[in-house]
Design a protein around this ligand. Structure first.
Ligand code: ATP
Length: 365
């Protein structure tokens, strides 16, 4: 299994200090609006690479009106061993990580801990801009291949630099060659890992007997097609330079990919499905992600499901709970009242968050 067995939040968001003792079961967190349930999920999301589920900066995560910075301490149980992990930021500085007392970086963290999430901001994922869908796919890709974060970052950095040259109307090819070589190497890798992730998800959906609808998936380019090999991408970037100069930005590459989903049984594009169906398609994908990783690595990722029951009918909610429990996933779920988790019974650890006089409290309920 992959699970946090203890978690302490210090001066993190609304929590001055919250200590959670966990036993590896799914975690159902309930409490009134604004008591800090999502803040706990955000803390868990930081146990994987990236900016976390709110995509916030380290400074925003410090408890307001305190200049102290924040700290998260977690005990992580992986299939092979137990890790003691500290993640903290001092006075708004970049996040720091220590694994078993030794300084570590986000890539090292990504190798031992995988976290995938669904949050209410993703309710319109199928309808809104492609960037959100790419991010959702990349989060799943990262759970399969921890090096994905590094390749994506290298690509992003070289692309930004190339875009700067394009905006400044630099025309000398010598300025572009090194950047385009870097973009092609990292971009090809990013694209391949995304394609492989789609294959894993397709297979896991096909093999499953879940009642969640199958989401057919396609990765498409906003214009044309993605060059197949690394050298094809490098050549395509060089060829596109003239057009890119006119646009002032790079027009080809994996940053122009889009994830298209279809409700397979109905043959209806995800963007045209009902709100609940759209959410069910996303749930179907993260369950497929969990199933595939359980098979390949012996442990599914931790799942963060903020406002888990929103838009799902009672049958789908029960089916989701059943699947989480049968997969042995440490799913972190939130909702405003304990009744939302009644169908889980003793299969989950139920925590209640309350707040009084600016101080939050988390206790078993
Ligand atoms: N840096 C911070 N310092 C102190 N409080 C913060 C900070 N950032 C956010 N908050 C507070 O945390 C609260 C939001 O917490 P959170 O989103 O976890 O609530 P929630 O329990 O999930 O609520 P809901 O049920 O409404 O979704 C808000 O009151 C917000 O003002």
């Amino acid at each position: 299994m992959l699970a946090l067995t203890a978690l302490t939040l210090s001066h993190f968001r609304s929590h001055k200090r919250a200590e959670l003792e966990l036993d590896g079961r799914p975690v159902a967190i309930h409490g009134a609006n604004g008591v800090g349930k999502t803040n706990i999920l955000e803390a868990v999301s930081l146990f994987s690479p990236g900016r976390g589920l709110r995509r916030a900066g380290a400074a925003d995560m410090a408890r307001r009106d305190e200049q102290l910075g924040w700290k998260l301490t977690g005990q992580l149980q992986s299939p092979s061993q137990i890790y003691e992990i500290d993640i903290w930021s001092e006075a708004g500085a970049a996040r720091q990580i220590r694994i078993d007392g030794k300084a570590a970086n986000q890539i090292a963290l990504g190798k031992i801990c995988r976290v995938v999430w669904l949050v209410p901001a993703m309710d319109r994922l199928w309808i809104e801009a492609a960037e959100g869908r790419r991010r959702f796919l990349d989060r799943m890709a990262l759970s399969f291949d921890p090096t994905h974060a590094e390749a994506a970052l290298t690509y992003e950095k070289s692309m930004r630099e190339r875009n700067r040259l394009l905006k400044e109307q630099v025309r000398d090819p010598a300025w572009y060659r090194v950047l385009e070589t870097q973009m092609a190497a990292a971009g090809h890798r990013v694209h391949q890992v995304r394609l492989q992730t789609l294959d894993f998800l397709r297979l896991a959906q096909a093999e499953s007997e879940t009642s969640f609808p199958t989401a057919e998936l396609d990765l498409v380019q906003s214009e044309g097609t993605m060059p197949i090999g690394e050298s094809d991408l490098r050549d395509a970037l060089a060829e596109s330079r003239f057009r890119d100069l006119a646009a002032g930005r790079s027009l080809i590459g994996p940053h122009r990919s889009d994830l298209i989903g279809t409700y397979a049984a109905k043959g209806v594009a995800a963007k045209d499905c009902s709100t609940g169906e759209q959410k069910a398609l996303l749930v179907s994908l993260i369950l497929a992600n969990a199933r595939a990783l359980a098979q390949r690595e012996g442990a599914p990722p931790m799942l963060l499901l903020d406002e888990v029951s929103a838009h799902l009918d009672a049958n789908r909610c029960a089916a989701l709970y059943d699947e989480i429990c049968s997969l042995g996933v440490q799913a972190w779920m939130t909702g405003t009242g304990p009744e939302l988790f009644a169908a889980l019974g003793a299969r989950a650890q139920v925590l209640q968050v309350t707040e009084a006089d600016g101080l939050s409290q988390v206790r078993q309920s």
